[in-house]
Design a protein around this ligand. Sequence first.
Ligand code: ADP
Ligand code: MG
Length: 610
Amino acid sequence: MSDIIQLLPDTVANQIAAGEVVQRPASAVKELIENAIDAGADKIRLIVKDAGKSLIQVIDNGCGMSVTDARLCFERHATSKIREAADLFAIRTMGFRGEALASIAAIAHVELKTRRVEDELGTLIEIEGSAVTRQEPAALPAGTSICVKNLFYNIPARRNFLKSNPVEMRHIVDEFQRVALAHPHIFFSLHSDDQELFHLPGESLKQRIVHVFGNTYNQRLVPVEEETTIINLKGFIGKPEFAKKTRGEQFFFVNNRFVKDPYLNHAVVKAYEGILPPDSFPLYVLFIEIDPAKIDINVHPTKTEIKYEDERAIYAILQSAVKRSLGRYNITPTLDFNQETGFSHMISPKPLEEITPPSITFNPDFNPFEHTKSGSRKQAPSPSIPQNWDTLYQITEKKGDTQLGLHGNDADVPGEHVQPAKKQPFQLHNRYIISQIHSGFILIDQQAAHERILFEQFCQQLENRQGASQQSLFPQTVTLSGPDFQLIMDLLPDIQALGFQIREFGKHTFVVEGIPADLTSGVSERQVLEQLLEDYKNNQAALKLPKREKLARSLAKHAAIKPGMALSADDMAELIDKLFACEMPNVSLNGKPIILTFTLQELSARFERD
Ligand code: ADP
Ligand code: MG
């Protein structure tokens, strides 16, 4: 047999490499912006169409390329950033592998326009699937513009594998935010389908954070700074009361490179111990400067992982620096090490108005079971579902479900003459409701039940377009980040149908004049809106629900009673009534049961002696 091993042609090798470097439009965005940063640009514009699927363009005012370099940059392992292996240990640039442009050119239509300041004419190159189709001199502004069109045009499997536009756009915005935060002195803008989502002038880090996340972040940030022989640390952390339910606002940069590091994240979160609301994630934007010789960034092709020589020391430094900052700004708990949740114990010499309460606040007097005036809320129960919980038993019995029935001929069972229900329900640990039924008892998760009730109610409001609203005495303006503003705009009719009175009010700003009647007064409009938005985005990633359902779900989750809330007997009775009036009374919004049934038979079997 003859020899069978062959070297792959470059085009094929590039395509294979592209699989690692470019997984989705956002990865191309990241590579192109990093190249612009490495080129020393202080103005970088990103333009995308169709969530990057049809166009990604990055325009910079950096150093540009010579004719030869413009041609060479698409070759694999062509880089101006390292020359020998030793350089790998002193990397200060974002790129260094010389793979990105070669990979991108292998799987897209690319147009490069570039000119160095010192050259009179620039170079235009078009390249498709690694083959140069056009190259000519051209009059161009100094700097570089790269257009990447029809990503994955020659790899249909890859193209089909891409997610919906909102999901791909989210990834792009994530990458954009990361580089924008890492380089606050650089001007960045992001246009998506002709909408300007971000316009970030060169500024300080604090201003940049505020610009990226919205005006309200100004009061949320606490500076962190620490210089040691191992690392220099600087940046900002968020006050605990603004912690979000998602990790979205956590950024580590090591030598200005965004990294994901669970270990370092743990160090920061540990510093917040005792002062964070449960299940919430504090904001942080932290920069670690470290001798490049002490880290290895070569571990992953997309370079979000790093290996450190001195992991433990870095952990300790981080944790103590964050703790100290929290302490300096009077947001650490008292020195009671055994306390559970810190808010009530917080000491603070600060004037009260400077301390913002935890962001999810509901009026404890609010009774979610009070009927609202608008009759539309009360939905007719569907015919197959009993309106009253105590008819549950009769129905199941009629169906001949002997499992549930207890007919008094089971001699071993004490107390077989069960009261024909109508006993008052009672609450267990302010969390569950126990209610007796003919065959035993049911246990209801109060939060899940209320979420279900509100969810179905909100869905109906969205359908009828008539959510009850409660006017605010003092309308509030809310300024959001570009993408969040755009999201609200997209959802506006539905948000209004839920009872929000809200309208556009200048750049990236809304004025909120009323919120849904089911939410209590005393909650800031801004908080309600922000929470809704966050929950919605949260759901967006996790669930494939229609837009409206997601919205209803977010608001229901936000407004529902939580474990720990004491309920009166009437409250409970009404909750049970409304639950059984729901279309799906036994499925929580997370797909778990809301009601557990315990039969006397089961109980007696468990008590039985052998
Ligand atoms: P790397 O960034 O790892 O060096 P790339 O494939 O991303 O590899 O880029 C190859 C080379 O092309 C870079 O080393 C740089 O010299 C040049 N280059 C790429 N983008 C730009 C740009 N926007 N401005 C100037 N030069 C660039
Ligand atoms: Mg690069």
